[in-house]
Each structure stands twice: as C-alpha cells, then as structure tokens.
Design a protein around this ligand. Structure first.
Ligand code: BTN
Length: 240
C-alpha cells in the first residue's frame, strides 16, 4: 500500500482522480482538512477537522459493481477492531456505517476510465470526534462520531492505515466470499423502508440483498430490486 498525507485538499476523491495515472494501484490518500467533500447522490459532505477523509485507488478491480458493498463491510470490520470490538457496526444499505442508530461514516465510490484501465476511487469519511452538539447544530440529527457514541478516542493516522488495509484486503476477495458477512450487517433487511428517488418516496418491505449488492424489496405490485446509485433509503418511521 502506498500512502499520501495531505494538509489540505478540496476532496480526497478529486485528488486521486486528478493524479490516478501517476499513482500506483492501492494508493491511499488522507488529509487534515477536506474543504469540499462530496457525498452520494450529488450531496456535499461536511468538512470538520474531526472527520477523517480517505480515498483509496484501485486499478482494474474485480467485480467493480459491488465494490461499495465490500468497502462498507471492510470499514465496519476496521472500526470494530479499532474500538476493541465492543460495538457492533451495521450498515444502512448500501454502505452507510451505523453505530448505535447513528451514521458514523459515509462512502462514495467513483470510477474514472483511462484507456483500458478502470480506476475506482473508494472515498470514505469517518466521523472521529465531533460532539453531539456539533451534529445538532449542523442539522444532522442522525449523525454521530466514534467518540460521541463509544467514548473511544481514536488515533487518526492509525485508523487511516487500518481502514485502508482492510478495504484493500476485502476488495481483492471475490464478493461471494464477503457476501454472508455483508448481508449479516445490513440493518434494513426485514424492515419497512422509504425509498427516496429524486424527491419522491415509496414505501416497501426490504426482503434481502442480492449477490450483486442490490436491495430486494416487495410492495403491493410484487418483488423488485433497487440499485444504490439511484435511491436513498430510510426506515418507514425512523432513520433505519
Ligand atoms: C455519503 O454518505 O454521502 C458519502 C460520503 C463520502 C465522503 C468521503 S470523505 C473522503 C472522500 N472524499 C470525498 O469528497 N468524499 C469521500
């Protein structure tokens, strides 16, 4: 693994995108301050210095379509090992990391093709030490940090390396070998969900996840699969 530590950057995903031809495969980048972080579905991502941004470059990865699921699983495992396994990390489909009903980490995977090479950039933002007040004032009632939820103070650089190593490990494995572990962590399975697409909402029952990483849902018209690039999922009543 090749690691890069930056002081300030617009977005660690953008940094890798701009340099992916000269960077080796499995480069992991982090920064003290990320000024214009990007979230899923065109949202922005908060830039507090108490959040750890990191992005990992994977060149020509196998099964790129389900990398977001494997990255989610890897981050859960790395976080649990960093907080000594006392807390269970779950996933709000497809890959928001949830501790005690709060989102502690978001993941944005992007791809950039260069000739025959498919570069996938796995971007991960982990809330390390913001306070409850911080999330309240930022209008993020479902957000939480590792410190606010577990009381554990984590070393940024150690966590960066731990997460990057686990992501690289999981992403080198076939998805079928990660699938059971991924599926066990998806908290939406067996619950009623709101599927939010371009501002419109639909209620369905989340039956399962497929081996491609889709969410399998049922409503009055039957069974259908949901693709993570299109929708946000919330619980029917609460966050999950
Ligand atoms: C989400 O939940 O919406 C995904 C958030 C992903 C944020 C991370 S922070 C590091 C990387 N760089 C970015 O600009 N975004 C991702």
């Amino acid at each position: 693994m090749n690691t890069i530590f930056l002081n300030e950057v617009d977005s660690t995903n953008n940094y890798i995108k701009a340099h992916c031809n000269e960077l080796p495969d499995k480069t992991a980048v982090t920064a003290k301050r990320q000024l214009a972080g990007k979230g899923r579905l065109g949202h922005s991502w908060e830039g507090s210095e108490e959040m750890l941004p990191l992005s990992i470059l994977l060149k020509n990865p196998k099964e790129p379509e389900n990398l977001p699921a494997r990255v989610g699983l890897a981050v859960c495992e790395a976080l649990e090992s960093a907080v000594c396994g006392e807390f269970h990390a779950g996933l709000k489909w497809p890959n928001d990391i949830i501790l005690d009903n709060h989102k502690v980490c978001g993941i944005l995977c992007e791809s950039a093709r260069y000739g025959a090479c498919l570069n996938v950039i796995c971007g991960i933002g982990i809330n390390i030490s913001q306070s409850e007040d911080y999330f309240r004032q930022a209008g993020l009632p479902n957000g939480g940090s590792i410190l606010s939820l577990t009381g554990v103070k984590i070393d940024r650089n150690e966590l960066f390396e731990k997460v990057a190593e686990r992501v690289i490990f999981r992403c080198a494995m076939p998805f079928r070998e990660c699938f059971d572990e991924y599926r066990k962590r998806v908290l939406n399975i067996g619950r009623e969900v709101r599927l939010i697409r371009n501002g419109s909402e639909k209620i369905a029952f989340a039956e399962d996840v497929s081996e491609q990483g889709f969410l399998i849902c049922r409503d009055e018209n039957g069974i259908f699969e949901v693709n993570s690039g299109e929708v946000s999922v919330r619980g029917k009543e609460g966050y999950i």
